[in-house]
Design a protein around this ligand. Structure first.
Ligand code: UFG
Length: 327
């Protein structure tokens, strides 16, 4: 595809991994990020970094024109479920209004292709697993609702204005680039795998297990962990699929669930040490089991996740943790 791919939120965890995969695939890339969550170091030196906010329509439109942007991959968003319940306004402003303004900037500058970061959070507590894309959308968090609203907005814009889009519903993004120079770095960190590994590395005293009375085999929550580079590859396939159709939605997961206890056991094997665990109450809003059906992404996009072994995923995250600790 000719032209530049503009990656909003390209200094963040999934965005910066996608930037590297785009470069490897020969794409011209630019990052648009306000650095509120992302890191300058996560953007490769040879990629232009435009520090700006997606809500700034004029800045988005000028960037698109100056850099000859022909498509957008949109990661920029707030993504903490708990925070979204306390600060709903900032989630609607940043995620929903931010995306609306980004779309304005794209329309002003004549760009009509976007790949959007959605989330399994749009499903809420699923009626059955594995979850298919046509399952009921019943988000249990403000965060999930913002993603659902944006998906609806994209559809309406496709119908009315001819926008072409793909929404990608991520399950649990995990792992790090095996090259070792990029990985997960949130502040605050709330995700299970980095927290477990930080406890293994002695950077935290212990890890808390939120709830042991869920209706699962060992009583702890089950999630579908998908390697960040596999997610990144799906974005490139989604971008390329926009040649052929107007709109589509795909789940991105491995299609296999692992419990919190299984994650901790795997991390102990990978790190080669015991990890101190503290039993804690359930975390509000956590569904018991979230596992994707990835059949649609496999058949329609030709997406084949490469990291199908949990231990391999955790090992890449551990190598990143060691690299970070050494820095
Ligand atoms: N967990 C713990 N201890 C911790 C952190 C997490 O036991 O210290 C548990 C959680 O209760 C959950 C599992 O580990 O059962 C995974 O938790 P994460 O916070 O790593 O991920 P979530 O499944 O809560 O969240 C992910 C994405 C969100 C998205 C959500 C959809 O990170 O962006 O899936 O439900 F909204």
């Amino acid at each position: 595809m000719n032209g530049t791919v503009l990656v909003t939120g390209g200094a963040g965890y999934i965005g910066s991994h996608t930037v590297r995969r785009l470069l490897r695939n020969g794409y011209q890339v630019a990052v648009f990020d306000n650095l509120s969550k992302g890191h300058r170091w996560a953007v490769p030196d040879n990629v232009p970094l435009i520090v700006g906010d997606v809500a700034d329509v004029a800045h988005v439109a000028m960037t698109i024109r100056q850099l000859h942007v022909t498509s957008v991959i949109h990661f920029a968003a707030f993504s903490l479920v708990g925070e979204s319940m306390i600060e709903p306004r900032s989630y609607y402003a940043n995620n929903v209004a931010g995306t609306m303004h980004l779309l304005d900037g794209m329309r002003v500058a004549g760009v009509d292709r976007i790949v959007f970061s959605s989330s399994a959070a749009v499903y809420g507590e699923p009626a059955s697993v594995p979850i298919e894309e046509d399952s009921t959308l019943a988000p249990t968090s403000v965060y999930g609702r913002t993603k659902m609203v944006i998906e609806g907005m994209l559809h309406d814009y496709a119908v009315a204005y001819g926008l072409r889009f793909v929404s990608l519903r991520y399950f649990n993004a995990a792992g790090a680039d095996p090259q070792g120079d990029n990985g997960e770095d949130h502040d605050p960190e709330t995700h299970l795998i980095p927290l477990v590994l930080q406890a293994a590395a002695g950077r935290r005293p212990s890890v808390s297990v939120y709830g042991n009375d869920y209706p699962t085999a060992d009583g702890t929550c089950v999630r579908d962990y998908i390697h960040v580079n596999d997610l990144a590859d799906a974005h490139i396939l989604a971008l390329e699929s926009l040649e052929g159709h107007m709109e589509a939605t795909y789940n991105l997961g491995n299609g296999e669930g692992f419990s919190v206890k299984q994650i901790i056991e795997t991390a102990q094997r990978v790190a080669g040490c015991d990890i101190p665990v503290v039993q804690a109450p359930r975390r509000a809003g956590d569904p018991a089991v979230l596992v994707a059906s990835n059949v649609r992404a496999r058949t329609e996009l030709g997406w084949i996740p490469q990291f199908t072994d949990l231990e391999d995923i955790v090992r890449t995250a551990w190598n990143w943790e060691l690299h970070r600790s050494a820095c």
